[in-house]
Design a protein around this ligand. Structure first.
Ligand SMILES: [Zn+2]
Length: 220
């Protein structure tokens, strides 16, 4: 769940630790696809909201202001949950393949998506720590053999060297995926929660290295 939510919702680590099923998803009926707005199911990240980490509504150590969860830049947003995605690592150069990935169904099964539903209210029941997220991600990266560009590093939770990747790297993956698929910059930041389009520049420079002569010919 963690390994899919990070790159396909682009949430920050602290936000992931606070996902609260009964109030963050847009379903109104756990037995149907009905959502509160008639749109595809979404994860609605509140800019401010009650902190439920630890199984209660007391402040957790990530939430300072009166126990309230807050996003970094007051950037509440709604991320539609995918069922398919464009895999740019397949399909040959300058091409991609549409692949199924039912994050929507996984969220519905894993989380308690309405107050009357069954399931986990938060990841692992009552939320996890940022350190746990990064440890799990390193395990995933090890198995998936990703992160070699960043190299390997020592980590106290592992006996061997592990990929030097963090949750925030997956946020970068999310941003670059939207850039590769040509989403307008002003729309894109509504999904990433960036303050200004100028924050996208490092990602755009990375994606620009992927272009080639054939793409130039398509655009001239
Ligand atoms: Zn909290």
């Amino acid at each position: 769940m963690v390994g899919l939510l990070l790159p396909f919702t682009g949430v920050r680590n602290k936000t992931l630790c606070h996902i609260h099923g009964p109030t963050w998803f847009s379903w109104v009926d756990p037995d149907s696809d009905k959502t509160s707005d008639g749109e595809p199911p979404k994860m609605k990240i509140p800019s401010q909201g009650t902190c439920h980490r630890g199984g209660d509504t007391e402040p957790c150590r990530y939430c300072e202001e009166a126990g309230q969860f807050e996003t970094k830049y007051d950037d509440g947003r709604e991320i539609p949950l995918i069922e398919t995605w464009q895999n740019h690592n397949r399909g040959g150069q300058n091409s991609s393949v549409m692949e199924e990935l039912d994050l929507r169904g996984l969220c519905k099964d894993y989380f308690k998506i309405t107050p009357s539903d069954y399931g986990n209210e938060m990841i692992a029941g009552d939320g996890i720590s940022k350190g746990t997220v990064n440890t799990w991600l390193k395990e995933i990266a090890q198995k998936a053999e990703i992160g070699y560009e960043r190299g390997l590093t020592e980590h106290s939770d592992f006996t061997e060297m592990v990929p030097d990747v963090y949750a925030h790297d997956m946020r970068g993956t999310f941003v670059m995926q939207l850039i590769r698929n040509n989403m307008q910059r002003t729309k894109l930041i509504k999904y990433t929660g960036h303050d200004h389009v100028s924050s996208l520049q490092p990602y755009e420079e990375r994606v620009s290295q992927e272009t080639d002569a054939r793409e130039f010919l398509d655009h001239i």
